[in-house]
Design a protein. Structure first.
Length: 346
């Protein structure tokens, strides 16, 4: 099997000839011209690309981006100017520093922006990318985050949003409703897009939300929207790259096919054995902890085989990936992982 055939078997809940291994394009791109990657591709590695099936156009909005050096730091600021006012966000040395949503007025402006955003399919972009990245690239249909995670991760930041949930409750719910209407449209478009796997890039970690908020804000969206994708023959994966244990019963009942970026402690809070016991029928696309890549080759091999045993007793429903941070010693360590996964062959 090649990487496409392995992933197709994995997504279908069948047993590939060996457990698949992939890396996100945005992690690989920094060193993509290094010839060392080619040997890994030929040894089974795949590169995952997230491609949006839709274009978005903000009506009556001017986006202005400014960049400067201040105090030795690179500052980037984006301002969205609308007839109703302006909102802005900034980054410091590439890291989100200030978020769009700081006041009640910011929420009202963002709600108007969302309501006045047009979404149109761009299936030709998905199809072109599927051809362009062959033979080692895999294109996933990217639908972004659900409404609450969009606000928490992209628009407000976890610290501010935690306060906004109580201090700006009506504004939060108004924006949530607008984002939910938008997400429904995104899902309808994604259902018709070429490709099998739909990526919901939630960046969920349970300590930022908890089971009560999960049941209130995430689960109903999954229950309403993911069956639309299932009816179109899609496999739906959610990017849960943090802690999950306190929500594991709710996650078990959610119509999620695949938990993606799942990582063992200390990055996550469940071992693969615990996650498998909680979610016996879900697919796992797992990270190997970044610190484990620094192990001596023999210990890294043992670690990979141990993870494989804990995550799958029969070689089904399990794949590995590099989705959060690629190891600095990737030239030495990632080939060890690929060779170890050959030992999972049936």
């Amino acid at each position: 099997m090649d990487i496409h055939e392995r992933l197709a078997a994995f997504w279908a809940g069948e047993r590939p000839d060996q457990i698949p291994y992939t890396i996100y394009q945005n992690e690989w791109r920094h060193t993509q011209n290094d010839p060392a990657w080619q040997a890994m591709f030929e040894n089974g590695l795949g590169v995952v690309w997230h491609v949006s099936p839709f274009r978005s156009e903000m009506r009556d909005v001017e986006s202005v981006t400014e960049q400067q050096i201040s105090g030795g730091a690179e500052i980037k600021r984006q301002t969205l100017k609308t007839p109703h006012g302006e909102i802005w966000q900034s980054w410091k040395n590439g890291w989100h520093d200030k978020y769009f949503l700081k006041t009640a007025e910011d929420y009202r402006i963002m709600t108007e922006i969302v309501r006045n955003t047009n979404l149109t399919p761009q299936f030709e972009v998905v199809a072109e990318m599927q051809e362009k990245v062959l033979p080692y690239g895999i294109v996933l249909i990217a639908i972004g985050r659900t409404p609450l995670q969009t606000m928490l991760v992209d628009y407000a930041g976890i610290e501010n949003f935690s306060m906004h949930l109580f201090e700006l409750e009506s504004e939060v719910h108004e924006l949530y409703d607008a984002l939910l209407d938008q997400f429904r449209k995104i899902v309808e478009i994604a259902a018709g897009a070429p490709g099998r796997f739909v990526s919901n890039l939630e960046n969920f970690t349970a300590e930022s939300l908890g089971p009560q908020r999960y049941a209130q804000y995430l689960l109903p969206v999954y229950q309403e929207c993911f069956p639309v994708l299932h009816s179109a023959g899609k496999i739906v994966g959610t990017h849960y790259d943090g802690r999950t244990a306190c929500c594991k019963e709710l996650i078990a009942g959610a119509p999620i096919d695949l938990i993606e970026s799942l990582t063992e402690p200390n990055e996550g809070d469940q071992t693969l054995a615990e996650a498998r016991a909680a979610w016996p029928d879900k697919l796992f696309w797992c990270n190997i902890r970044v610190s484990d890549y620094a192990l001596p080759p023999s210990q890294l091999r043992e670690k990979v085989l141990s993870l494989a045993e804990r995550g799958s007793v029969d070689g089904k429903r399990l794949a590995f990936e590099v989705s959060e941070q690629y190891p600095e010693n990737w030239k030495e360590s990632m080939p060890v992982v690929l060779d170890a996964l050959k030992e999972t062959r049936c």
